[in-house]
Design a protein around this ligand. Structure first.
Ligand code: COA
Length: 137
């Protein structure tokens, strides 16, 4: 079953996020999770099975000056023990439903390791940009 995440999902989502970013502390995650949940243009859905959360997806509406508004998938993780069972696909379909129902015509994302998964779902590679960052201290 897919449902919107709520504050009670923090521990389960922290466990899944740790698979992506092992350096995040629990405290960091709590602050970010609440901020995302409260943001009107962000959504987090979880996939729940037998009372336990087996995956989540976080998406948001990205405003841009040079192109129309678009839905962006920020992160998606399914539990390592239940991959390739269709959960990731169901979560992405939820995002696409939300985007279409909200009047957006595309969903975009950056990926490093999961291009094959997104290709199976009909996503095309449109660019290979460098993702750059400067750490400010
Ligand atoms: C990427 C991820 C979310 C996919 O979740 P999943 O639950 O395994 O995905 P699904 O079972 O719904 O897969 C959908 C399709 O993609 C295929 N697929 C999934 N992962 C794949 C992979 N790594 N390589 C090739 N194909 C893959 C599945 O076989 C399935 O194919 P089908 O169309 O024949 O049924 C999951 O592997 C994951 O959490 N990875 C670690 C985190 C990550 O990299 N997230 C993405 C970047 S934020």
């Amino acid at each position: 079953m897919i449902r919107p995440a709520d504050r009670n999902d923090e521990t389960a989502i922290a466990r899944l996020v740790a698979e992506l970013a092992s350096r995040a502390t629990t405290e960091d995650l709590r602050t970010r999770f609440i901020r995302v949940l409260e943001h009107p243009e962000h959504r987090v859905w979880v996939f729940e099975r037998a009372g336990s959360v087996a995956g989540f997806v976080h998406a948001f509406i990205r405003p841009a000056l040079e192109k129309p508004l678009e839905v962006v998938v920020q992160s998606i993780v399914t539990d390592g023990t239940v991959r390739k069972e269709g959960i990731g696909r169901k979560l992405m379909e939820e995002v696409e439903r939300w985007a279409a129902d909200s009047g957006y015509t595309s969903v975009a994302l950056h990926t490093r390791n999961a291009a094959a998964f997104y290709r199976r779902l009909g996503y095309d590679e449109i660019a290979a940009p460098s993702f750059m960052r400067k750490v400010l201290r």
